[in-house]
Design a protein around this ligand. Structure first.
Ligand SMILES: Nc1nc2c(c(=O)[nH]1)N[C@H]1C(S)=C(S)[C@@H](COP(=O)(O)OP(=O)(O)OC[C@H]3O[C@@H](n4cnc5c(=O)[nH]c(N)nc54)[C@H](O)[C@@H]3O)O[C@H]1N2
Ligand SMILES: Nc1nc2c(c(=O)[nH]1)N[C@H]1C(S)=C(S)[C@@H](COP(=O)(O)OP(=O)(O)OC[C@H]3O[C@@H](n4cnc5c(=O)[nH]c(N)nc54)[C@H](O)[C@@H]3O)O[C@H]1N2
Ligand code: SF4
Ligand SMILES: [Mo]
Length: 743
């Protein structure tokens, strides 16, 4: 080994699996990245993306200096110039039109980044705008809504205890490609192999025969968009056949009779035709679920990004509740993250205020991403005139990308914090370069809360910042100071002191009794020289469930302890937490929240909806791709074209589309062309396109991705179709027609 070669360990921040990486580097170059065999959670597992962090760091297209608009293009600028411009342009807009004229879009990678998790909240508070949008409403918002209504807090999300369960019913998820979502677990294939080896069963419900489905004990193809009906029918059978046994939590559940009544109208016989799953199979599934010693029902993207996403999400947990599997080993359980802070029981609901144009209810302080374009285009008080995007590429990721693309161009001002100049950030007036993942610290604030095992791991930055660039947390803090009217010049350290000091006061007020009495000045001293996200992390770890309580529990967890454990610290299997940790005011689970039950007539109406000869478009993911980015990394995109339209031979024949030929796909929202891939691995009547493609165009600087652009599947998703309870976009089960391109 050359002298300056070193081996370090870090957690991969690219997806929810939190794999440990063993990184060999020389100077500021990566020699090799492979799975860390000693990582307490991933034990050496890695996917192809994890080994490319060096390629990402070295990508010449990755932004390394701020860019400001200059005529039709951009030029590089100093940080001082860029921030001064943001202050000069945003200030007057806020002064004249109020904070609601400035919108925020927070994209997915924020939740994989300590800076985003901690400082976007600061930014949103400083801005005080109601025009807040995020990737949550093209993703998991239905789960937040059902959890908030059932358990009292939108972040109390149950995850399948995959390592101990006897029966896993998985709907609309493909963890063999996605590596799992709202169920953090490195190495799904390994865990599923073990589940089946110990005599357990995996049943996958998916309109495509995915890799996960192929590994399953049973695969059921379902008509897209109808999982809520299937789940309601399973619940119906459980009530109908007296198979309901909530077990330990019985006394802590209210609304069981209402739940029984609510699903009473959804017999297996009634839903069979629409779901394409026969009644006998549904009854058998229900009985198997009830009979299994332990079982977990788990639904993901295919159950959330549909018109009945919130109802489906509720039904998933209702099944876990009525079978006595919620909060039990082998069932659907709740992680206890090392940094967890107390959650308070105040009651939770949607709709504290509504959006201006379509009257969408606010959900967790956000409006639907699908409503962004109309809020930009529609004149009047509260019209969005400026935008701040952080780690988001909504032109490719949110419904009717073409409309949003055009709307962004009409903004008076836009600032983007991103790694690239891409389909969205090209509309900005200022692009601020985000920090490469290898140049920032990482601790997975978001996904340790959704983990199938309690784990904690911290990684320091591997390489120093480039060009003396501020870290992303400092960028976000600077933007916060600007939008709160404090200008662009305050020393960032002073802003951090003030913001953290305010947080500390509040947090000590709410903390566990043991630390609640501590003097903030004393705590500040104990947190020593830490700054930025690390200071928050150390505070949360030390006051968290395993924490040292600032010396009161000397063996407890601290950030220093994590620093001394580069392969992570295992905090054990998940343990039951309810009723104690329920966040509802009466400390009971609401099995039938009114807000959800009132939405059931809409579900019932679906029983009578026809397809008018349409095919239904669904999405898919590939392990070498990551939403709308990482397509600029040659080693990941090389090989055969992956942005293809999958279609069943029957439908290919009927529509006259040949394998390898280009087909035109039309929906209510738009039209696109894609190469057809004819396959039996998709249900007849269903076609599939991956999302996040459609690269290139004027002003996009993605040289690799632009050579293999693919098409933007969100040209087809309709911004008017959302799940009304969560505001979540409908990205699956989109009616389309497919035809060959003449000639
Ligand atoms: N049709 C369809 N559409 C979908 C989906 C689907 O299944 N089907 N899935 C949806 C889902 S689940 C999601 S989460 C969204 C995701 O959509 P987005 O919220 O747009 O997120 P990404 O596409 O992951 O990445 C967005 C941007 O983050 C930048 N970025 C990456 N890392 C960092 C960083 O550390 N800091 C900063 N500042 N920027 C960074 C990238 O360059 C990219 O421009 O897409 C949604 N869109
Ligand atoms: N490689 C890779 N990994 C990723 C990502 C990525 O883009 N690439 N994105 C990350 C993000 S942001 C997320 S949110 C997660 C998502 O993780 P997953 O939820 O596992 O997402 P998908 O792999 O898209 O799997 C969704 C499945 O739902 C099926 N489906 C579509 N419609 C329906 C329906 O109506 N009913 C049912 N039952 N099934 C349906 C699709 O065929 C597909 O197989 O993945 C994360 N991991
Ligand atoms: S599975 Fe996810 S966390 Fe693991 S290496 Fe791949 S991208 Fe990184
Ligand atoms: Mo996502």
């Amino acid at each position: 080994m050359a002298e300056d070669t070193r081996v370090t360990y870090r957690t991969c921040p690219l997806c929810e699996a939190t794999c440990g990486l063993e990184v060999t580097s020389r100077g500021e170059e990566i020699v090799r990245i492979r799975g860390d065999r000693e990582d307490v959670f991933s034990e050496g597992f890695i996917c192809p993306k994890g080994s490319t962090l060096g390629h990402l760091d070295a990508d010449p297209d990755r932004l390394r200096l701020p860019r400001v608009r200059d005529g039709a293009g951009f030029r590089e600028a100093s940080w001082d110039e860029a921030f001064a411009l943001v202050a000069a342009r945003l200030g007057p807009i806020i002064a004249e039109h109020g904070p609601n004229a400035v919108a925020l879009y927070l994209g997915n990678p924020n939740v994989h980044n300590m800076a985003g998790v901690i400082y976007n909240r600061v930014l949103a508070r400083a801005l005080r705008s109601r025009a807040v949008f995020s990737a949550a409403t093209v993703d998991q918002m239905p789960k937040h809504v059902s959890s908030g209504l059932m358990f009292g807090h939108p972040d109390l999300i149950a995850v399948p205890d995959v390592d101990r369960t006897d029966f896993l019913l998985m709907l609309g998820a493909n963890p063999f490609e996605s590596n799992g979502s709202l169920a953090t677990a490195p190495d799904w294939p390994g865990r599923i192999t073990k589940l089946i080896a110990r005599g357990g069963r995996l049943v996958v419900v998916d309109p495509r025969r995915t890799k996960t489905a192929m590994a399953a004990s049973e695969h059921l193809m379902i008509r897209p968009g109808t999982d809520a009906l299937l789940l309601a029918a399973i619940a119906h059978v459980l009530f109908d056949e007296d198979l309901v046994e909530p077990g330990r939590l019985t006394e802590s559940i209210r609304g069981m009779d209402e739940a029984a009544a609510a699903v009473g109208r959804f017999s297996p016989e009634r839903v069979a035709t629409v779901t394409a799953i026969d009644a006998a199979t549904i009854r058998r599934l229900a009985r198997e679920l009830a009979a299994a010693p332990t079982a977990a029902v788990y639904g993901r993207i295919g159950t959330h990004t549909v018109e009945h996403g919130t109802v489906a999400s509720w039904l998933v947990d209702l099944l876990n509740v009525v079978t006595g599997n919620l909060d039990e080993p082998g069932g659907a359980m709740f992680a206890r993250a090392a940094h967890e802070q107390p959650r308070h029981s105040r009651g939770w609901d949607i709709g504290r205020w509504s959006s201006r144009v379509s009257g969408h209810p606010e959900v967790r302080g956000e409006f639907p991403a699908a409503a962004m374009a109309e809020e930009i285009e529609t004149p009047g008080e509260g019209q969005i005139r400026a935008m701040v995007t952080v780690a988001g590429n909504p032109v490719l990721s949110t419904p009717n990308g073409a409309r949003l693309d055009a709307a962004l161009e009409t903004l008076e001002f836009m600032v983007a914090v991103d790694l690239y100049q891409n389909e969205t950030t090209r509309h900005a007036d200022v692009i601020l370069p985000a920090t490469s993942p290898l140049r920032r610290a990482h601790y997975d604030f978001a996904f340790y809360q959704l983990s199938v095992r309690n784990v904690a791991n911290y990684s320091p930055p591997l390489f120093p910042s480039e060009n003396g660039n501020p870290a992303e947390w400092q960028i976000l803090l600077r933007l916060s100071a600007i939008v709160s009217g404090q200008g662009a010049d305050l020393p960032i350290g002073t802003v951090d002191e003030f913001v953290f000091g305010t947080y500390l006061q509040g947090a000590l007020g709410k903390a566990e009794a043991a630390v609640a009495g501590l003097d903030p000045a004393h705590v500040m001293e104990l947190l020593g020289g830490r700054r930025g996200p690390e200071r928050y992390l150390d505070f949360m770890l030390r006051t968290g469930p395993y924490g040292d309580h600032f010396g009161l529990r000397p063996d407890g967890l601290t950030l220093a302890a994590l620093e001394a454990a580069p392969h992570g610290i295992d905090l054990g299997p998940l343990e039951p937490r309810f009723p104690r940790d329920l966040a509802t005011p009466d400390l009971r689970i609401d099995a039938a929240p009114d807000t959800i039950v009132e939405d059931l007539p809409r579900l019932e109406a679906m029983l009578h909806e026809g397809l008018d000869g349409h095919l239904l478009l669904v999405g898919r993911r590939h392990v070498r791709s990551n939403n709308s980015w990482m397509h600029n990394i040659e080693v990941l995109v090389k090989g055969k074209e992956r942005c293809t339209l999958e279609i069943h031979p029957r439908d290919a024949l009927a529509s006259g589309v040949e394998a390898g030929a280009t087909a035109r796909v039309t929906s209510a929202a738009g039209v696109l062309e894609a190469v057809a891939a004819v396959t039996e691995d998709i249900m007849p009547g269903v076609v599939s396109l991956p999302h996040g493609w459609g690269h290139g165009g004027d002003g996009v600087e993605l040289s690799v991705a632009s050579r293999r652009p693919g098409v933007n599947s969100n040209l087809l998703s309709d911004e008017h179709r959302i799940d009304p309870l969560s505001g979540n976009a409908v990205l699956n089960a989109i009616p389309v027609t497919v035809e060959p391109i003449a000639g």
